[in-house]
Ligand binder design. Structure first.
Ligand code: HEM
Length: 441
């Protein structure tokens, strides 16, 4: 069990040079952007859809759907070798996380190793455990009227599920949270913190790999030990890096997705009541929450001097895929600035586009849908207690980290026997079946 250390506070953000002109000096760590990025994204898309900033050694910011899609579709010109913008020169190779930071041709084989664990059928075994995690988090809220939707509920679900997938105790989850905060929110502007945190995560996962070699289980670590790439076992250091990818890619993103959805429902009673009365709308609503509140946006690195939309981009420059701006591009979406809970056509970019499209999208959709369904079944009415007190994370994974809310109606759960959470195949899972039906419609 790792020792939990205090996460570094984010005072440094306050000392960064404040952005005066977003069209020429973009910085996603600026406090104004962290607090309210939507108006900035919208202004850029209208006035400077391909914006350049000298920060981070040179950064181009894309805000149109077509430009984002074009770059994501061209991995030979725009490399994924680093996807989190930071202060380390892009000429340096940092720890590449497979398959996220691997370019073709190697990417396909790395992705293929993980796919069977995360495809739609494999995801079904996790639905019942996710429901149980949700119910236990709701039980833990007890009779309280004032709750924090982000801390008491949204963050619990992906953390505990990831621990279960890795075959580690849920008591390790608070440590994951500290690491992820340090890596995603502090590390990009503080190289030493990023390096220290990466070392701790690698040590922890190496330890898990050693343990699982001695005592195999029914988990992702044991699964990877049994896999082959080109008929060879996956080397230990590659397994460990894949596990880091899952830890980094799967927790804060999904926490953000669940938190944003509940934040929206707490602030929009008609949508809340409608989903409560018509749970069959939840799969479509999940897509609209993802479009409207995208949990993250990756970057690429230009491989050669090139241009987008007539704007030059130098080799080695960061290119930020502005998924949140693309998701509200009027060229692609009808009334993009409105969250339409039963929106039909919805080609949002929140799971990325191209070969690196999210490998955990089945799992993420299921977690979000089940989390919303279970919450509404227990608390059919709730409201924001203090909208001004909502706090968002900084950096390329964005979501509410504190959502004070008040419970207005409660339905007592039916008596249940003491629950044990074990992943079992559940046959056709109700939620995933509904997602599939919607996709085919
Ligand atoms: C709502 C939750 C999630 C969102 C919004 C999300 C978003 C994304 C995005 C935008 C990408 C593309 C990155 C790029 O193009 O550079 C991605 C890739 C990835 N995601 Fe997710 N993700 C979520 C949850 C998950 C979960 C739960 C897992 C697994 C447990 C996961 C695993 C991955 C992996 C492995 C990749 C890399 C795929 C590749 O490079 O081929 N994600 N995700």
């Amino acid at each position: 069990m790792p020792t939990q250390e205090d996460s570094r506070p984010m005072d440094e953000l306050r000392t960064r040079a404040t952005v005066k002109d977003w069209r020429t000096d973009f910085d996603h760590f600026d406090t104004a952007f962290v607090a309210d990025p939507d108006v900035i994204w919208a202004d850029l898309r209208t006035t400077t859809p391909v914006a350049h900033s000298d920060r981070y050694g040179g950064l181009t910011v894309l805000t149109r759907w077509q430009d984002v899609a074009a770059v994501a579709a061209n991995p030979s010109l725009f490399s994924s070798r680093r996807t989190i913008v930071d202060e380390v020169p892009t000429s340096r190779r940092l720890l590449p996380l497979p398959p996220l930071n691997i370019d073709p041709p190697e990417h396909a084989a790395q992705r293929r190793v993980l796919l069977p664990f995360f495809n739609a059928v494999a995801t079904e075994r996790w639905e019942q455990p996710v429901r149980e995690i949700c119910r236990q988090a709701l039980d833990a809220m007890g009779e309280r009227v004032d709750v924090d939707l982000a801390v008491d509920y949204a963050q619990v679900i992906p953390g505990e599920l990831t621990a279960m997938m890795l075959g580690v105790p849920t008591t390790d989850v608070p440590q994951f949270r500290v690491w992820l905060h340090d890596l995603l929110e502090v590390g990009p502007t503080d190289v030493a913190v990023a390096r220290r945190t990466t070392t701790k995560i690698l040590d922890y996962l190496r330890g898990q790999l050693e343990q699982r070699r001695q005592h195999p289980g029914d988990d992702l670590v044991s699964y990877l030990i049994d896999q082959r790439i080109e008929n060879q076992p996956v080397p230990d250091n590659e397994i460990v890096k894949m596990l880091v990818t899952i830890l980094v890619a799967g927790i804060d993103t999904t926490w953000s997705g669940i938190g944003s959805s509940l934040m929206h429902l707490a602030g929009n009673a008609p949508d809340c009541w409608r989903l409560g009365a018509q749970p069959e709308l939840i799969p479509g609503a999940v897509e609209e929450f993802l479009r409207f509140y995208p949990p993250g946006y990756p970057a690429r690195i230009a491989q050669t001097n090139t241009e987008i939309g007539g704007r030059p981009i130098a080799a080695g420059e960061w290119v930020l895929l502005g998924l949140p701006a693309a998701n509200r591009d009027p060229e692609m979406f009808d009334r993009p600035e409105r969250l339409i809970i039963d929106r039909q056509a919805n080609r949002h970019t929140s799971f990325g586009l191209g070969i690196h499209r999210c490998l955990g999208s089945n799992l993420a959709r299921m977690e979000m849908g089940v989390a919303i369904e279970e919450f509404l079944a227990r608390f059919p009415d709730f409201e924001l207690r203090d909208p001004e007190a909502i706090v968002f994370s900084a950096g390329q994974v964005r979501g509410p980290r504190c959502i004070p809310a008040r419970i207005l109606a409660r339905v007592d759960p039916p008596a249940r026997s003491a629950a044990t959470i074990t992943p079992k195949p559940t046959g056709r899972s109700s939620f995933l079946t509904r997602i599939r039906r919607r996709m085919l419609a």
